[in-house]
Write a protein that binds this ligand. Structure first.
Ligand SMILES: Cc1cc2nc3c(=O)[nH]c(=O)nc-3n(C[C@H](O)[C@H](O)[C@H](O)COP(=O)(O)OP(=O)(O)OC[C@H]3O[C@@H](n4cnc5c(N)ncnc54)[C@H](O)[C@@H]3O)c2cc1C
Ligand code: SF4
Length: 332
């Protein structure tokens, strides 16, 4: 691990100012905020992340969950994943979010992990985490060892010839289905970014994963009010029952009117280079009878552009079954 400067931030403004000053003074030197540290410190030990400055945001007062006047929720960036998943308002109004978080990592990790850190967790592609291998995401232009290597767990949707890494977060999939907004503050002021625009496809620049600019701090995430009468669930399929990343997962939020679907929100995890919302599948479901043929058509729409690699062709069928099963769960 290389030497770095460590700066505990007193407040949000001090954190943003320190990050901005450092980037300018050291000609773009890498600055990282540390929240729970469960991704960042691992990657520093592996020499994958080599920040010159770490700004500790763990004591910032961004740890509240608050009800909005319209019934939506505001989730502070420093809210721990355990607190978020177990909060009574989240459990009652946004169960898909609670289920997604509890399906991830372990109790100890969720006690440390935060909303902001989870949004920005890096891929689990083994070549990204091992500096002995070429990886365009870690070292732009070096190549991609996964293309002809161990790619069983990697993405089938949104890939490019430069990177096929999966976004590994469960929470992000639920936030995509819930149409969350990410609130950011940086040297250019405050911005709000819909989650659908937050994570980028790899294209030819897989090292650029989000629309954040250097030194941008996520302050909170907001959720629109729950839709009365809707039901939701998160289904995660993986190699073992706990402490494992998704091979395929589905977050679905559906409202029925009689036996027809009046509203649907669908996002998938474990298969995309970013949390994979499918508005096409949602549109196909609206007005359809809530039965398996309609769910299969929705799955067709999600997976039509799937491009499997040498070892992960099984994910196409797995993702199909995952989505169909989740839709059955919420419409029974
Ligand atoms: C063994 C293991 C198993 C896991 N299994 C799962 C799983 O099954 N499912 C799953 O979804 N996740 C899993 N995770 C990942 C875990 O959820 C993430 O490590 C965690 O959510 C990251 O949060 P953190 O607060 O610790 O982030 P940190 O490590 O503190 O930060 C991560 C990144 O986010 C940046 N950052 C953090 N907060 C902010 C902010 N407010 N503004 C701007 N930048 C910020 C940091 O600079 C850093 O780049 C696993 C992790 C481990 C180690
Ligand atoms: S898939 Fe992406 S993260 Fe994995 S080796 Fe290739 S470029 Fe790196």
């Amino acid at each position: 691990m290389q030497a770095f400067e460590f700066l505990p931030a007193r407040d949000t403004h001090a954190a943003i100012a320190a990050a901005a000053r450092s980037s300018t003074a050291q000609q773009g030197a890498t600055v990282r905020f540390v929240a729970g540290g469960t991704t960042l410190l691992d990657l520093m030990k592996l020499n994958v992340e080599r920040p010159a400055l770490i700004v500790d945001i763990s004591r910032l007062p961004l740890d509240r969950i608050e009800r909005q006047r319209d019934g939506g929720l505001v989730l502070g960036a420093m809210v721990r994943n355990s607190d978020l998943a177990n909060h009574p308002l989240v459990r009652s109004d946004f169960p898909v979010l609670s289920q997604a978080i509890l399906a991830g990592a372990s109790g100890q990790l969720r006690n440390m992990a935060t909303t902001g850190g989870n949004l920005l967790q890096r891929t689990r592609c083994m070549y990204f985490r091992d500096t002995a291998y070429p990886c365009n995401k870690r070292e732009p232009g070096s190549g991609c060892a996964a293309m002809e290597g161990a790619n069983r767990t990697l993405a089938i949707l949104g890939t490019s010839e430069h990177c096929i890494a999966t976004n590994p977060s469960d929470m992000n999939v639920a936030l995509a289905a819930l149409e969350a907004t990410i609130h950011v503050e940086g040297s250019r002021g405050a911005r709000q970014i819909p989650i659908a625009e937050f994570h980028l496809l790899p294209g030819s620049t897989p090292h650029i994963e989000t629309v954040l600019e250097p030194g941008d701090l996520i302050t909170h995430v907001s959720l629109p009010p729950p839709v009365p009468g809707s039901r939701s669930c998160y289904l995660k399929l993986r190699d073992r029952a706990s402490y494992e990343f998704a091979l395929a997962s589905a977050a679905v939020v559906v409202k029925l009117e009689g036996d027809k679907i009046a509203r649907a929100r669908i996002a998938m995890g474990g298969v995309g280079t970013r949390p994979w919302r499918s508005t096409e599948a949602e549109a196909l479901l609206v007005g359809a009878q809530a039965w398996e043929p309609a769910f299969q058509r929705a799955a067709d729409a999600v997976l039509r552009d799937a491009r499997p690699s040498s070892e992960n062709g099984f994910k196409v069928e797995l993702a199909r079954r995952c989505l169909v099963h989740a839709l059955k769960e919420v419409t029974q």
